[in-house]
Design a protein around this ligand. Structure first.
Ligand SMILES: [Zn+2]
Length: 89
């Protein structure tokens, strides 16, 4: 079980991104340029999770329209393009 949340951090000037287990109130800097990185998003799956794989089966759901697997964080099915509705509905 992984309990630490991973984040995408971006260097605003270069656009370079890294994924790391960032902690609150800590400053992260680009190793090459020394510039401060900004948090641009949490990485799925959200902590705590048994999986560190963004596309692990527990992070997918079945599209109600075409019955294909789709990532839970998407609103529209990547296979048929239709809106899948809220999670758990
Ligand atoms: Zn679909």
């Amino acid at each position: 079980m992984s309990t630490s949340q991973r984040y995408r951090l971006r260097n605003p000037s270069s656009g370079r991104e890294i994924v790391t287990e960032a902690k609150p109130n800590e400053i992260y800097v680009d190793h090459d340029s020394g510039e401060e990185l900004e948090v641009v998003g949490k990485l799925l799956p959200l902590a705590p999770s048994a999986s560190r794989l963004p596309w692990a089966v527990e992070n997918l759901r079945v599209c109600p329209w075409c019955s294909q697997l789709a990532q839970k964080d998407l609103n529209d099915c990547p296979t048929c393009g239709r809106r899948m509705g809220p999670l758990g509905a």
